[in-house]
Ligand binder design. Structure first.
Ligand code: HEM
Length: 488
């Protein structure tokens, strides 16, 4: 089977370089860029960086056409077009990742395509992130943070980002799923290690190959009945069932995802008026999986980049330390309200998400023929790209974009930011459902870390990111965490 997959990828890549669709955009009077994804295909940079290069190369265009393998792709630049695509749940609902519909774990994911199923799941999941539940989650995250500090002190040679990923599994597991990791050694637990150990090289290649096929040749996925994540399904289902059994036996609400699950567990399935129906156990396991997939790497990257910028900007670090020390001095520990009150830290985080948006671009596929506000007809099946990273680094919207300046997000300045130019959590219909949780989680991590440590610059600057499809990630970021002499 691997051989068949490999041959498919080679044949279609070959076809690309012979320009199967070579005049698609020219015929439509759209500026066309060929071979744009070359650097990405050869592992030199991420796809969001490719979009940024295209975006910058045509300052006066509303959009630029390109190809990914044989598929026509339209990179959007006009803010009205971006707004229309993000708002249009009729033509631009789908992200265009296709899955094998026999693979329950990801077929029922909130991240996926089918509109009715997405709406049903989103309605059921939204109560997980109410203010009341976020208050209780902030307690859990804070309780887990001892294990983070302990681990950093004992494993100083491990890369910071990989430590943050471990912590994120622990904190998301505890805050959202009620898995009790609240011990000092939580980051060394066998489950966390199993989840964080990178796959062996061969399995990693196979996994990437399957992902590429799911985007480029979904039909192959169905015909060969390839399942991408099935190995994880039983593990996740088992964890959720164990936790809910334990919670049935120990009464009392914890205000988390398991509470929502227990409320609907008595039904066999959930259903909406259109007749769309999802089995409860599949629904629960899928969403648990999506929270880890969507939340662990993104938050670890954001915290890592924020610390890098603080290490390189001493005056900003000083102000952050002052704010955090003031809060710990007054309240001794963190809760939802005093975390919300750290306004300067919030500005620093917002600026970090501007300069390094963990999701550097968003993709939609036209499910019907559509007309954009700038008057271009987009045929059904065409991919459109919202180039988040390019927008965040456009000097038209953010002056001197390479400079790390939290003041862009001060109370006086924040309203000057144009709508749809700042999209770290996306916008409109499919905006990140975990955005509020993520901000809380990252602020607690940063506050706890900076209470304990100060930072030393290693003069490291991010020049390029790893070759990923949507994320801007780097595992090489360098700065030093140094214990503070005077801890509040
Ligand atoms: C810094 C952290 C995070 C960033 C920057 C981020 C960013 C995003 C973005 C840009 C999207 C939309 C993608 C698109 O439209 O194609 C998204 C969707 C999503 N995110 Fe996040 N995210 C973060 C953390 C989290 C966390 C912690 C969770 C869960 C606990 C989460 C769960 C989700 C889910 C389930 C979706 C899909 C929503 C839907 O389609 O309705 N994210 N995120």
């Amino acid at each position: 089977m691997i051989l068949i997959l490999f041959i498919f990828v080679c044949v279609f890549t070959f076809m690309y370089y012979f320009n199967v669709n070579k005049n698609y955009w020219k015929i439509r009077n759209v500026v066309q860029v060929n071979y744009a994804a070359w650097d990405f295909l050869f592992g030199k940079c991420s796809l969001p960086e490719v979009y940024r290069n295209i975006y910058n190369a045509y300052p006066n265009e509303n959009y630029v056409g390109m190809y990914l393998n044989t598929k026509p792709v339209l990179v959007l630049k006009n803010l009205e077009d971006i707004r229309a695509v993000l708002k249009d749940s009729h033509c631009f609902h789908s992200r265009g990742y296709y899955v094998n519909d026999k693979e329950d774990l990801i077929d029922n994911l909130l991240l996926m395509n089918d509109y009715h199923r997405w709406k049903l799941i989103r309605q059921r999941i939204s109560p997980v992130f109410t203010i009341k539940k976020l208050k209780s989650m902030s307690r859990s995250i804070y309780q887990c943070s001892d294990s983070l500090i302990d681990y950093i002190k004992n494993y100083q040679c491990e890369n910071n980002k990989s430590i943050f990923e471990k912590f994120n599994f622990v904190a998301i597991g505890s805050a959202i799923f009620g898995v009790d990791f609240v011990t000092k050694n939580a980051l060394q637990s066998p489950i966390v290690n199993a989840l964080c150990t990178p796959l062996p090289f061969f399995q990693r290649c196979l996994f990437s190959l399957k992902l590429i096929i799911s985007i480029q040749f979904p039909i192959v996925l169905r015909v060969l009945n390839i399942k991408i994540f099935d190995d994880y399904k039983n593990l996740i289902l088992e964890i959720i069932q164990k936790v809910s059994k334990y919670r049935h036996e120990t009464p009392g609400k914890r205000d988390d995802y398991i509470d929502v699950y227990m409320e609907i567990q008595n039904y066999e399935s959930i259903q909406d008026a259109s007749g769309c129906k999802i089995n409860i156990d599949q629904f629960v396991a899928s969403q648990a999986f999506s929270f880890f997939v969507a939340g662990v790497e993104t938050t670890a990257s954001a915290v890592d980049y924020t610390l890098l910028e603080l290490a390189n900007n001493e005056h900003i670090l000083e102000k952050v330390h002052k704010e955090i020390d003031g809060i710990f001095h007054k309240y001794k520990q963190l809760n939802y309200y005093n975390v919300e009150a750290m306004e300067y830290l919030d500005m620093v985080l917002s600026e970090s998400l501007r300069k390094y948006p963990p999701i550097g671009s968003m993709q939609r596929v036209a499910t019907e023929d559509a007309i954009l506000p700038s008057n271009l007809k987009v045929d059904k099946g065409v991919y459109v790209i919202i180039p988040t990273y390019a927008l965040h680094m456009d000097p038209k919207y953010f002056s001197e974009p390479d400079i790390f300046d939290p003041e862009r997000f001060s109370a006086d300045n924040i309203n000057k930011i144009k709508k749809y130019t700042y999209l770290p959590f996306s916008g409109e219909n499919r905006i990140c459902i975990g955005a509020k949780y993520a901000r809380l989680h990252m602020k607690i991590m940063l506050a706890v870390l900076l209470r304990e440590f100060t930072l030393k610059s290693c003069m490291y600057r991010v020049t390029t990111f790893e070759p990923n499809l949507f994320t801007l990630s780097s595992s090489k970021v360098e700065y030093e965490l140094i214990p503070r002499h005077k801890r509040v």
